[in-house]
Design a binder for this molecule. Structure first.
Ligand code: SF4
Length: 279
C-alpha cells in the first residue's frame, strides 16, 4: 500500500467512494529508486509528489478554449488539469492511440503497467470533459479552427543524437521499438547504400542515456536475431536505472548474450562507420 498511496494519496477515500484511483505502475523509478540513491522522492505517475501545488487546482478565473497538441502523458495531464479548472479542452493526437512514449514503454516486457497510467489519464480527461481526437494532425489550420485562447504544445521529447553521421546505417531507438528492424532501407545519414534488414546480423547500441533505452533496444535486436553490443559512456550499462530494477535488467542482458561495454565514447571514422574509444 505504500507505493499505491504515493501514486494516489487519496486512494482510501477514492476506494471508499467508488472513484477511480491513480494507479501505481510498480516500477520504482520515482519513489524507492530515488530514495535509495539519496535523492528526493518523486513518482512516475503523480506529478504532485514533486510539485504539491498541482494537487490544488483552483477554478480558472477566465475559462477559455485550450488546444493541447499531443496525447502523451504530459498532454493528457495538462488537458485533465485544464478541464478540471473549467476550461474547454481538445487534445489533438496525430497517432491512432494515446500515450506517446509511455505507450511504447508499455509494449516492453515487465513494463506493461505504463498502460494503466495512460488509460487512467484518458478516462480522467474524458470524465473532466476533454475532447480527444485521434489521428488528428495539429497543423496551423487545425489549431486555429478551434479558436483557442491558449495552445499547449506537448509533442514530447526528441532523442539526442547519439552518434555523429557516419557511413554506418543508423536507427533511432523509438523507431526500432515501434516498428522493429525495417523491412526496407535503414536510416542512412552517411550516404552509404542502405543495408537490407535481412542482412542485419550484428548491432551496436550507442548509449549516452544510461537508462532503459539501450537495454530495451538490445532485447528487441536480440529477439530479431542480431548479436548485440551496448557501448555506453556511463560506468556500466543501465547505470541510471534505479537500483531496484538494475540487477534484473543486467541479468536479462547477460542471459541474452548482450556484450556490455562501459566507459566508451565514439567518433566517426571515414568509410568505416564508428570508432569506439575509452573515455
Ligand atoms: S514511482 Fe512508480 S512505483 Fe513508485 S509510487 Fe510512483 S508509480 Fe508506484
Amino acid at each position: 500500500m505504500t507505493r499505491a498511496i504515493i501514486a494516489d494519496p487519496d486512494l482510501p477515500v477514492k476506494v471508499a467512494t467508488g472513484k477511480r484511483k491513480r494507479p501505481c505502475i510498480s516500477l520504482n523509478e520515482g519513489c524507492i529508486g530515488r530514495l535509495y540513491t539519496g535523492l528526493p522522492m518523486w513518482c512516475s505517475v503523480n506529478p504532485a509528489i514533486r510539485a504539491p501545488e498541482l494537487d490544488r487546482l483552483t477554478p480558472a478565473v477566465d475559462p477559455g478554449r485550450i488546444v493541447v497538441v499531443g496525447g502523451g502523458v504530459a498532454g493528457l495531464e495538462a488537458a485533465r488539469a485544464a478541464a478540471l479548472r473549467g476550461h474547454r479542452v481538445v487534445v489533438l493526437e496525430r497517432r491512432p492511440d494515446l500515450g506517446g512514449r509511455a505507450r511504447l514503454a508499455a509494449e516492453r516486457r515487465g513494463r506493461e503497467r505504463w498502460r494503466l497510467y495512460v488509460d487512467w489519464l484518458r478516462d480522467e480527461a474524458v470524465d473532466a470533459g476533454v475532447e480527444i481526437r485521434l489521428g488528428a494532425a495539429a497543423d496551423v489550420a487545425a489549431v486555429l479552427a478551434e479558436q483557442p485562447d491558449a495552445v499547449i504544445l506537448a509533442t514530447g521529447s526528441r532523442l539526442r543524437d547519439a552518434a555523429p553521421p557516419s557511413g554506418t546505417p543508423l536507427l533511432d531507438v523509438d523507431t526500432l521499438l515501434e516498428h522493429g528492424l525495417p523491412t526496407g532501407a535503414m536510416s542512412d545519414p552517411g550516404g552509404t547504400p542502405p543495408e537490407p534488414a535481412g542482412r542485419v546480423s550484428r548491432a551496436l547500441v550507442l548509449d549516452d542515456e544510461g537508462g532503459f533505452l539501450a537495454p530495451t533496444a538490445a532485447e528487441v535486436l536480440v529477439a530479431a536475431g542480431c548479436s548485440v553490443e551496448i557501448a555506453t559512456t556511463h560506468t556500466s550499462v543501465g547505470a541510471l536505472i534505479d537500483p531496484t530494477q538494475q540487477p534484473f535488467v543486467l541479468r536479462r542482458l547477460a542471459l541474452a548474450g548482450v556484450v556490455q561495454s562501459p566507459n566508451l565514447a565514439w567518433v566517426p571514422e571515414a568509410g568505416a562507420g564508428i570508432q569506439l574509444r575509452p573515455r
